[in-house]
Design a protein around this ligand. Sequence first.
Ligand code: ADP
Length: 205
Amino acid sequence: IHLMQQNIGDHERMTGYLRKSDSTAKYLLSLVNDILDMSKLQSDKMVLVPKPFSVDELVSTTESLMRSRMEDKEIDFRVETSIICSNLIGDDMRIEQILVNILGNAVKFTPKGGRVIMRVLQSAEGERILTTYQVEDTGCGMSPETGRHIFEKFYQGDNSRAREGNGLGLSIVRRIVELHSGVIVYKSELGKGTVCTLTEPGNRW
Ligand code: ADP
């Protein structure tokens, strides 16, 4: 902002400074949100707000939130769904937060020209619907040692570009998944890519 004040008439410089200040503001916002979420979780103040929502809408909102970041890195972003009941009861804002986080890591750790697939699959278990969200990337993958620690607070693997994260994302994700009585599992191979599978039970409405 200081540089903008000094270069107000220089369109080209202003465009560059605006782009930088936009990404810095987004980074700061996500940092503040992560810190707030973490302190809510630590004082048991995070509560889910279950309400009727549409899985189809959740998928398309998440897709559009992520699409431009994928395009910036020329990543082939695919969405595959097999939904038997779109009308579920749950905290869709928190599920969206989880997906954006996992997909954000997938973009971050996948080089230009790679591929990311988001799958949403369902199966019925009596009255309950099990929804599986899966994110697969062709990124750098992680070592078994990194894989053992990814859900720990402030942990960043040695593949991590520390400037772009804070190591809080997946520890928050796991705690929210547990609040939903869900399960999250990562499978990864160094140099090959990563698959994150998250299963959550839900009721129809
Ligand atoms: P951050 O992304 O801020 O570093 P996270 O808690 O989101 O923190 O992730 C923790 C670590 O897990 C990352 O630093 C990285 O080492 C590893 N990781 C997470 N997702 C992926 C992925 N899709 N591919 C490779 N490594 C990953």
